[in-house]
Design a binder for this molecule. Structure first.
Ligand code: 13P
Length: 270
């Protein structure tokens, strides 16, 4: 039985005051959660604020990014030891917004801006190796663009992303990853992926894990779904056999809606 995870990716939202309010409200409602790992991933500026708010609760802390070097002349970057010193246990790696694969492209988002962070599959792989070396749990994101889905390339895209992400990792290292399937067209658009289809793609991803590691790792690894997860669709998603939880943007920015998602994830194994 895989323990589900409900992770809130706050993206570039919440100053320190707002982060405190939100984390404290979630801690108040769900601090004693059992049967589900709850992870808050605030912006880096609010990591220690959120840590203070979730102290003595069952809620964990995650960062939204990591750089693979330990220290040095890398302006603006954050290393594994820095994240550990803020109390992080998890780190999101390879989010589509960092790979430059945007689902809901605003008019002023030129192709140049879309590639602004420019993360490649290879840099995702380096970041995963760095995170593991500091015993941070990577939450590794993969997913196809709308035009790739329309062209029938979904399985091919996620297969390639997962294979490169785990390249050079031993089976026991792959075992300590969390994977997240986030179809880019479903992120921030309100257009959730059909639960059966999300389950199918997660099955494909589990199959790739079996090939890259082994069958027991494939059965143990947690794979999340992300993309417009909301209180009104979470139960259907969590009922799916392959879906082990959610990576949530918008609905994690409000304590009541995130609380409902946590309840649904916990209930899915009860
Ligand atoms: P939304 O839940 O806002 O669609 O965002 C999903 C996401 O990108 C989580 O990482």
């Amino acid at each position: 039985m895989r323990t589900p995870i409900m992770a809130g990716n706050w993206k570039m939202n919440c100053d320190n005051e707002e982060a405190w309010q939100l984390a404290a409200a979630i801690a108040d409602e769900k601090g004693d959660v059992e049967g589900c790992e709850v992870v808050l991933c605030p912006p880096a500026t609010a990591l220690t604020t959120v840590l203070a708010a979730i102290e003595d609760t069952n809620i964990g802390l995650g960062a939204q990014n990591i750089f693979w070097e330990e220290s040095g002349a890398y302006t603006g970057e954050l290393s594994g030891p820095m994240l550990l010193s803020c109390g992080c246990e998890y780190v999101i790696i390879g989010h589509s917004e960092r790979r430059g694969r945007f689902g809901s492209v605003a008019d002023d988002f030129t192709p140049e801006l879309q590639k602004v962070f420019g993360e490649s599959d290879a840099s995702v792989n380096r970041k995963i190796k760095a995170a593991l070396s500091y015993e941070l749990t990577p939450i590794v994101c993969v997913g196809e663009l709308l035009n790739e889905r329309q062209a029938g390339q979904t399985d091919e895209v996620v297969t390639s992303q997962v294979r490169t992400a785990v390249d050079g990792l031993a089976a026991d290292q792959i075992d300590s990853l969390v994977l997240a399937y986030e179809p880019v067209w479903a992120i921030g658009t309100g257009e959730v992926c059909d639960a059966d289809e999300a389950n199918r793609v997660l099955g494909v991803i589990r199959g790739i894990v079996a090939e890259c590691a082994d069958e027991s790792v494939a059965q143990e690894i947690r794979i999340l779904y992300g993309g417009s997860v909301k209180p009104d669709n979470v139960v259907g998603l969590m009922q799916q056999a392959e879906i082990d939880g959610g990576l949530v943007g918008g609905a994690s920015l409000e304590a009541d809606s995130f609380g409902e998602l946590i309840t649904a994830a916990s209930a899915s194994v009860a």
